[in-house]
Write a protein that binds this ligand. Sequence first.
Ligand SMILES: [Ca+2]
Ligand SMILES: [Ca+2]
Length: 377
Amino acid sequence: MNGDRHSNESNRRRGGAEVRGGDSTVARRRAAYPFLLLQSPRLCDSCSFLRDSFGLSKQFARHLVLVVLVVLMTVPWLPAFEQQDVIVVVGAPGEPEYATRFQAWTAAWRQAGERAQATVHLIGGETADQAEDADKQSLQRAIVAAATKKTSPLWIVLIGHGTYDGRTAKFNLRGADVAAPELAGWLDGCGRPVVLLNTAPASAPFLLAVSRPGRVVISATKSGRENNATRFGGFVADALGKPEADIDEDGQVSVLEVFLHAARAVEASYKQDGLIVTEHPLLDDNGDGRGTRADWFHGVWATKAAADGATVDGIRAHQIHLVPSETERQLSNDDRTVRDQLEQDLATLRTQRKTLNDDEYYRQLESIMRKLSAIYQ
Ligand SMILES: [Ca+2]
Ligand SMILES: [Ca+2]
């Protein structure tokens, strides 16, 4: 279904996403970075965003963006990116057609994991253990073993079928299935960021069960009752590292961008086939258990305000990349943690624009921007 989407990929690589050169290559690329960006519509977009969101003048917004670009040029060589763990779970296919499809999607994740230099754990699919609950036990062991206090994300990707009986949603493993509350329980005490992508039918209850602050949870459906076979998993696999999915054109595809690209591709695919759309993917990353649909985003920004003044969904998901750009790799883990929190603070401040007077708003804005700049010095 998605094979032709890869045909032009190699010709469309840009930015630093695929940089594997040494220090000199990185240095040359970084030196050229601001000049490349100055020719890009991104600069205008960034200025527009700052003007619209923070009420800045056009001249000040442009100056601010240029200062950030110059600071990025001075990023020193820093410790390597902490290794991520990716648990790819292939469920019972049921029919040969799905077995072939799931194998292709799994292969895409393994290849992306190799590009990310991540540790990839495969559950189901290729292994052949006859025990009734072998896959379920393997999944539990893999999750518990990876639920450490590392700062890098633990990815859990569910590829297969799912069910919902009106109370509990399950992912169909070979043998015993795994219910949403069980999977959530295995993650209790997990001290590292978690990205769960349940691409199966009836997957929305997993979003509610697993949602916590610090986690990104994506489901293929908006409810447990959307239980037809899903296409979402194929488009998610297709979006990994795909230039067209890099919405903000920073040379890397974030979890948010994977979600947005795949969800929009799902809708287009149903419409192209003249079918009613029977799957509506959701993303939650602010820990409130309420998912946001892709059509609520403009670019990478949610257009609907979160309840109770909370930060909208999408901020955290846009900070996590399976295959980070060279610039992102060069940030230390501590600096990345601080940078991520400052970006969250910036998003929160944005939601408070109408309630703060100008002096207080600009005082807080300047404080955050100064701290952000300091990270790159
Ligand atoms: Ca991007
Ligand atoms: Ca949410």
